[in-house]
Design a protein around this ligand. Structure first.
Ligand SMILES: *Cc1c(COP(=O)(O)O)cnc(C)c1O
Length: 401
């Protein structure tokens, strides 16, 4: 009964957000709630469930590794951890000099990257961390300091000092580097939480050129864009640049909590024994699942499917009512609406058995599994079209009333 679980959630869970349904099971791109209602999941746990739900490769890895060795401390190496580090270096193209730190979330990966920036600042004397308006890097006090959104930051002030936020324009970027003192710059190749917002053409290349010229680190937050989401392994690979570090989480283990910081070149030399660590980070269970998920994506050539299905979805939605455009890449798609009715559309979709999300008033975000095919796309376009039509109709009624 809806009210039972809702009451329990209100009574027992910390009050940090509402719950849309009480989900009990998932399979492929569908989930079921406690009343047996089936939903098409096109949010994918916010760009996490890249193989969908209960994928055999995921299930097998959890079962197999949990029965052998789930956790040891980081006083020890494990074959699973070593395999994951080598795999991530290969996929990111770091070459021999790359290094990997394994954590449990995107926030932790970014905290580690902030510490990397501080270590670099100690060497160079330039102390400021640059971030972009609209960015989302996490909710811990450090990651929050580089997430310049008043509603998120203000209740927790004072935050970590030494941060400057600029508009995501090439002019603001150049002015910031002219002013000097930049230790590191953080950016997302596509700002997911802001509503799948792409950076201006040439921005990332310019950021790379300026950070290199000024001896600053370029740290790319690939928590949402990484692990194949855009059709490339990592978003930076679409820009033809090499960063100093990237951070990962969300899809990297398909729903098992894993985060990572990957460094390139000299940035790999900054941490030294005793300066950082994690109890759970990179444990053999988490690492085995990440290996299985990434291996399955690679062997199944799922990145090609991400690109192809992303294009089909973009084309399909452009014919629907209220849709004024699309943005993003691969299967990270922002659907622009002609009116600020995204929350209404998401609600209508949910009531028809479709899970999507409204990161801003006029954008719907979808981030489905990399495994989707024609049946899922057809079902999505049908349900999403119905939701849009219902909202469009209400609008017409209101306009004529
Ligand atoms: C989700 C997200 C984070 C935070 O990751 P958590 O795993 O929730 O801590 C950081 N950066 C980006 C770009 C994200 O999308």
């Amino acid at each position: 009964m809806t009210s039972d679980w809702n009451d329990a959630a209100t009574r027992d869970l910390m009050s940090v957000g509402g719950r849309l349904a009480n989900l009990v099971r998932g399979e492929g791109s569908h989930v079921w709630d406690d009343e047996g209602t089936r939903y098409l999941d096109f949010l994918g746990g916010i760009a996490v469930n890249c193989l969908g739900h209960a994928h055999p490769a995921f299930v097998r890895a959890v079962e197999q590794q949990a029965g052998v060795l789930a956790h040891v401390s980081n006083y020890f190496a494990t074959p699973q951890q070593l395999e994951l580090a080598a795999r991530l270096k290969r996929l990111a193209g770091t070459g021999e000099s790359g290094r990997v730190f394994l954590a449990n979330s995107g926030t932790e990966a970014n905290e580690t990257a902030i510490k990397l920036a501080r270590l670099h600042a100690k060497k160079t004397g330039a102390g400021t961390i640059l971030c972009l308006e609209g960015a989302f890097h996490g909710r811990s006090t450090g990651a929050l300091a580089i997430t310049p959104k008043a509603a998120y930051q203000d209740p927790f002030a004072p935050l970590m000092p030494g941060v400057r936020a600029i508009a995501p324009t090439i002019e603001a970027l150049e002015a910031a580097f002219d002013a000097g003192d930049i230790a590191a710059m953080f950016l997302e190749p596509i700002q997911g939480e802001a509503g799948v917002v792409e950076l201006p053409e040439g921005f990332v290349a310019r950021a790379r050129a300026l950070t290199e010229h000024h001896g600053s680190l370029l740290i790319i937050d690939e928590v949402q864009t990484g692990s194949g989401r855009t059709g490339e392994w990592f978003g930076f690979q679409r820009e033809g640049i090499t960063p100093d570090a990237i951070t990962l989480a969300k899809g990297v283990a398909g729903g098992f909590p894993v985060g990572a910081l990957i460094t390139f070149g000299e940035a790999s030399e900054l941490f030294s024994p005793g300066t950082h660590n994690s109890t759970f980070g990179g444990n053999p269970l988490a690492s085995a699942v990440a290996n299985a998920v990434l291996d399955h994506i690679e062997r199944g050539d799922l990145l090609a499917n991400v690109t192809r299905r992303g294009a089909e979805l973009r084309e399909g939605v452009s014919a629907l009512p209220l849709v004024s455009g699309t943005r993003g890449a691969g299967l990270l798609i922002g659907i622009e609406l002609a009116h600020p009715v995204a929350a209404d559309v998401a609600r209508e979709a949910m009531s028809r058995g479709l899970i999507i999300n409204a990161p801003t008033a006029d954008v719907i975000r979808i981030a489905p599994a990399y495994t989707i095919g024609e049946p899922e796309i057809t079902e999505f376009l049908d349900l999403f079209g119905q939701a849009l039509a219902a909202v469009a109709e209400n609008q017409t009624v209101e306009a004529t009333a």
